[in-house]
Design a protein around this ligand. Structure first.
Ligand SMILES: N[C@@H](CCC(=O)N[C@@H](CS)C(=O)NCC(=O)O)C(=O)O
Length: 219
């Protein structure tokens, strides 16, 4: 086995890569990043001083950033499910939607979680309000953008859906998606029914008590 993924099952960005691996049944070794495992944390830091995860090690190569990891898998370990289209124009739409989910759904969602972890006196009320406003704008924009689409960028499941699944999963827990955004809510349900994401969600169930905002009793 040449692939080793440094990850945690409850992490949204780790799930983004796990979906890609599961879609193609790609074999890999899971290197668990438990918060109390100092050895694993030191290994991660040696690979990527930013200590953001997941990180993929492929033989002698360290691959960082989830979108790049999935592009790397497509290039070096392709399977039957193509997550980045061969056609350049179609690929551009996939990459744009991938950026949308990371920047405008995951980033404000993480802000809400990280703020809650802070000591009460050090919380950032304005930043939290801005994050919620960004999520509202993101939900509204997405609701129009995916009208008539099965998946984020069209008919085919792609890199963009790998990003969307955990992003919308946790965003709805953190700042609920209003019922008026019916397309987004239906899309989130389609993602939950996708076997690759359902597997990632199931594997992460034991960690739900760790969710700082309180995991709702659903999904
Ligand atoms: N842009 C990065 C984001 C990765 C990221 O934020 N990962 C989170 C886990 S979901 C993390 O490393 N959190 C630990 C920290 O921020 O110190 C990517 O796409 O890989």
């Amino acid at each position: 086995m040449t692939l080793k993924l440094y990850a945690h099952p409850f992490s949204s960005y780790c799930q983004k890569v796990l979906i890609a691996l599961y879609e193609n049944d790609t074999p890999f070794e899971f290197r668990m990043l438990a918060h109390d495992d100092e050895a694993a944390t030191r290994e991660l830091e040696a690979l990527w001083p930013m200590k953001k995860f997941p990180v993929l090690v492929d033989g002698g190569r360290t691959v960082i950033e989830t979108s790049i990891i999935i592009e790397h898998l497509q290039l070096h370990h392709p399977g039957p499910v193509r997550l980045v289209p061969e056609d350049s124009k179609a690929a551009l739409e996939v990459r744009f939607m991938d950026r949308f989910f990371d920047n405008y759904i995951s980033t404000p969602q993480q802000k809400l979680v990280f703020d809650r972890i802070r000591e009460p006196g050090r919380r950032d009320a304005q930043g939290v309000a801005e994050a919620k406003a960004m999520l509202e704008i993101g939900y509204r924009w997405l609701d129009d953008a995916i009208e008539g689409r099965a998946w984020a960028a069209g008919d085919d499941f792609s890199l963009a859906d790998c990003a969307a699944a955990p992003a919308l999963f946790y965003a709805d827990w953190s700042h609920p998606i209003d019922a008026t955004f019916a397309n987004v809510r239906a899309y989130r349900q389609r993602l939950l029914a996708r076997p690759s994401f359902a597997r990632a969600v199931d594997e992460a169930r034991p960690y739900r008590p760790l969710f700082p905002l309180g995991a709702p009793d659903r999904d």
